[in-house]
Design a protein around this ligand. Structure first.
Ligand code: MD3
Ligand code: FE
Length: 228
């Protein structure tokens, strides 16, 4: 179903086997080194959802004013996270280990997902996965994802517990927005004008995951093109 121009929700896109396989991969990626981490937000707060990055690490990055590249991966600013956020090849606020590689099969999954939702597409080279794990009362505030330098659609896959996904507008974090329930196996693709819309996860419904999946909590996998 089309939620807004370029924003398409495909319920139940991953069958039970595909969900199990993707979950098994997520469990490996979550292991150290460079596994599941607690993310500090630019304002000095802490995200309640924990995250794993593949391909590029998202966090505070100091960039060379001349060439624009990440120049030092550990900003060394205990308590003061004033560095601009962005992507770098090594972990910053995790354990400092290099980020895990982005596997080719995940890029193929991303292209298939974009085509399934939006129709024929350029063969985008997906190179980032951000995997968010929600347990307990974890949520995600309204935000915009603008650290990528590509207009490729973002692909989102959900596993485990059902959540309320709030899809907003491109102007403000406030209304108008549309609330959509995302369930295990659902695909959501954000392209075109929806790519820069505010969005968040105000609520996760505990113990709603399919029992046979064996996941307590919710995982969301987003696939992106860095353009970097
Ligand atoms: C719309 N994740 O990782 S998925 C995120 O469920 C993020 O974990 C949420 O917001 C989650 O940044 C929402 C849906 C989503 C993901 C990325 C988007 C919607 C998006 C990027 C641009 C526009
Ligand atoms: Fe986001």
């Amino acid at each position: 179903a089309r939620v807004a121009p370029g924003a398409v929700h495909v319920p139940d896109w991953l069958d039970a086997d595909a969900q199990r396989e993707l979950l098994a991969a997520c469990r490996q990626w979550a292991l150290p080194p460079a596994g599941l981490r607690t993310v500090r937000t630019p304002g000095g707060g802490t995200m309640t959802a924990r995250q794993v990055c593949l391909g590029w690490h998202w966090g505070p990055v100091r960039r060379c004013p001349n060439c624009g590249r990440a120049v030092r991966d550990n900003p060394g600013c205990p308590g003061r996270h004033w560095y601009p956020y962005g992507y770098a090849r090594t972990a910053v606020d995790g354990d400092g280990a290099p980020v895990k590689p982005f596997p080719a099969w995940l890029g193929e999954l991303g292209r298939r997902a974009a085509v399934a939702a939006l129709g024929p597409q350029e063969p985008y080279a997906y190179d980032i996965a951000l995997i968010n794990f929600y347990d307990g009362d974890a949520r995600m505030g309204m935000h915009r994802d603008s650290d990528e330098r590509s207009d490729a659609p973002v692909v989102s896959l959900s596993l485990g517990d059902t959540c309320v996904f709030r899809f907003g507008n491109t102007e403000t974090r406030a209304r108008p927005y549309t609330d959509v329930e995302l369930r295990s196996g659902d695909l959501f693709v954000f392209g075109g004008p929806s790519r820069l819309a505010f969005h968040g996860v105000p609520r996760v419904y505990g113990r709603t995951a399919p029992t046979e999946l064996g996941l307590s909590g919710r995982l969301n996998i987003t696939l992106r093109v860095s353009g970097l």
